[in-house]
Write a protein that binds this ligand. Sequence first.
Ligand SMILES: Nc1ncnc2c1ncn2[C@@H]1O[C@H](COP(=O)(O)OP(=O)(O)OP(=O)(O)O)[C@@H](O)[C@H]1O
Length: 591
Amino acid sequence: MFQLKWLWQNLLGDRVRYIFALCLSVVGSSLTIINPYIGQRIVDTFIAGDNAAQNLTDERALLIGLCLGMIGFSLLRTGLAYFSTMLYERASQNMLFRVRIYLYNKIQNQDMKYYDHNRTGDLMTKMTGDLDMVRHSMAWIIKTVIESLTVFAAAVVYFFFIDVGLTLWLLILSPPIFIVAFIFARRVRPMYTDLRERLSQLNTATQENIAGNRVVKAFAREEYEIRKFDEKNVNYSKANKAAAMVWLDYFPYLEIFAQAFNVILMLAGGLLVMNGRITFGEFSAFSVLIWGLSNPMRNIGIIINDFQRFFASLHKIIEVYYAHPGIVNNHMATIKRRYEGRIQFDQVSFKYDNATVLDNISFTVEPGETIAIMGATGSGKTSLINLIPRFYDVAKGRVLVDGTDVRKLELDELRGNIGVATQDVLLFSDTIDGNLAYGDPEMPEEDVMKFAKLAAAHDFIRKMPEGYDTIVGERGVGLSGGQKQRIALGRAMAVQPPILILDDTTSAVDLETEAHIQKSLRELEFSCTKIIIAQRVSTTAEADRILILDNGRVIEEGTHAELLAKRGYYYDVFMLQNEGIGRQVTADGQK
Ligand SMILES: Nc1ncnc2c1ncn2[C@@H]1O[C@H](COP(=O)(O)OP(=O)(O)OP(=O)(O)O)[C@@H](O)[C@H]1O
C-alpha cells in the first residue's frame, strides 16, 4: 500500500528502532500466555488436582517457584512495555520532526499558483493536526493493533494445544465479527474524510478572522463573524458526533459477539470439564485468556475510527509531500552574478488558470531606465510585474532579463537581483531594523538608516519609542499604511538591486513625502532599472516611459509629454488629477 510505503520511507534513520519496538511488542504480548499457563499449573497441581493437598506439602518449592515466575513475567512484561513505548515515541517523534521540516521546506518552495489554490488554514492544519495524528498512529495505533493481534494469535495457539474442539467453537465467532467490522469501516471512511475537510474549514475561518480582525471591527461585523464561525464549529461538531454515532450502530453486535466468547466458554468449556476432557486448570487458563480474543473485538471500533483519521490525515500530508512547484530553483549557479537590468517583454500573454489577463505585451526597458505602468484597476499591472521575478510563468512569449529568458535563469540569482515592494505590504513581527534589513541581515546599522532616509522613513522611525528597535506587530500592526509602505520601500532598496519593482508603493504617502522618495529614487547610488506601478500622474510624470494597460493590453506608450499630446487615457487621468487636487504637473513633467 502506497501510504505504508511512504511511512516506511520516512522512517529512515529510525527503522531499526521502530522494528525493534514492534518486535518487543510481539514478544511482550506473546508473554501474556505465560501467566495463564502458570495459573493452570497451580490450579491443577495445588488446587483442583487429585493430589492437590499432598502436593501443597510435598511440592512447596514448585509452588513458590511458580508464584515467583508469575511475578517475574509480570515485571518482564511491564519492562518490555515501558521500553517499547519509549522506542515508539522516539521513532515517531523523530519521524515527525523530519517530515515537518521537509513539509515546511516544500511549502516554502511552492510557487504562487500553489498559494492561490491552498488556504492558509488548511496548510496550517496539515502542518499541525495532521502531522500529529500520523505520529500518534505510529506510536499508539499501530502498536495497539500489533499487540492485539499477537495476543489473539498467542491465545489461539495456546487454546489449540489445550483443546482443538473448544478453540474452534470459540473461533466460530470471528468471521461475523470481521464482517461487521468491515462494513463499519466502509461506512465510516468517507465520514472521516469529510470531517478532516470541515476541520480545515474551521481553521481557515479562525485564521482569516484573526488576520482580518481590524476589518471585522471596522464594519462592526463581530456578530456576523461569530455566527459564521459558529456555523463552521457546529458543522465540525456535528460531523464528529455523526462519525462517533455510527459506531453505536455496530457496537451492540460486536459487544454481543464479545460476550458470546464467555458464554461459549462457560457452556462448552464446562461440559468438557465435566466430561474430563480438559482439567480445571486448563479451563481457568481459557477463562483468563478469553479476553485476548474478546478485547480486540471490543476495541475494533476505536481502532478503525483511529485508522480512518490516520489515513485521512496521511492523505493530506502526502499531498503536500509530493506537490511539485511549476517554477523550481535548480540551484545550479555557483556564483551569483549582478545583472545589468535590461528587461524585455516579447509578445507575452499570461493567464491565471484559464482566464487571460495579459495579451501580447511587448516592450523593453534599458538598464537604468525608469518605466511607469498605469492603468485601471484589474487591468493586469501587478500580473505583469509578477512575471519578471517569475512569481508566475508566461502562457505565451518570453520575459527576458539581460537578454536571457527568465525561465532559463537561476531563480535564486534572478530574484536576488530584483527588489520588490509589493502592493499588499507585509512586515514581519520583528524590529523595524530587522524588517528593513530583511534581505541582508548582516547590513550595518548606518546602511539601514541610510535606506530608511531614502525611503522617507527615518524621521518617523526616530520618533518611535525605541527607534529602529521598535517591534512592529504582526503584519506591521502599529504603523500607518504610509509608514508601512515606506519601510517596505526601504527594505526593497536596501538590497541595492539592479532591478527595482515598486507596486503602488507610494499610494498611501502624502505628496511631499512622495516627492522626497522620487528624489531618492532618481539619485540612487547604484545603477538600477525601475519599474513603478502608480496611479498618480505626479509619480509617473518623471519616468523615462509610461505604459498604459487596459484589459491586459498596452494601449498607450511614451513619455509624459508624448502621452499628454495623444489625449488618450493618460491625458484624461492627468486632467482629472490636476483639476481634482489643484496641483500643476506641466506637459514636460515639471511641478
Ligand atoms: N491570483 C489570481 N488568481 C486569479 N486571478 C487573478 C489573480 N490575481 C489577479 N487576478 C485577476 O487578474 C486580473 C488582473 O489583476 P492584477 O492584480 O494584475 O490587476 P492590477 O492592474 O494590478 O489591479 P490593481 O490596480 O487593482 O492592483 C484581475 O481581473 C484579477 O481579478
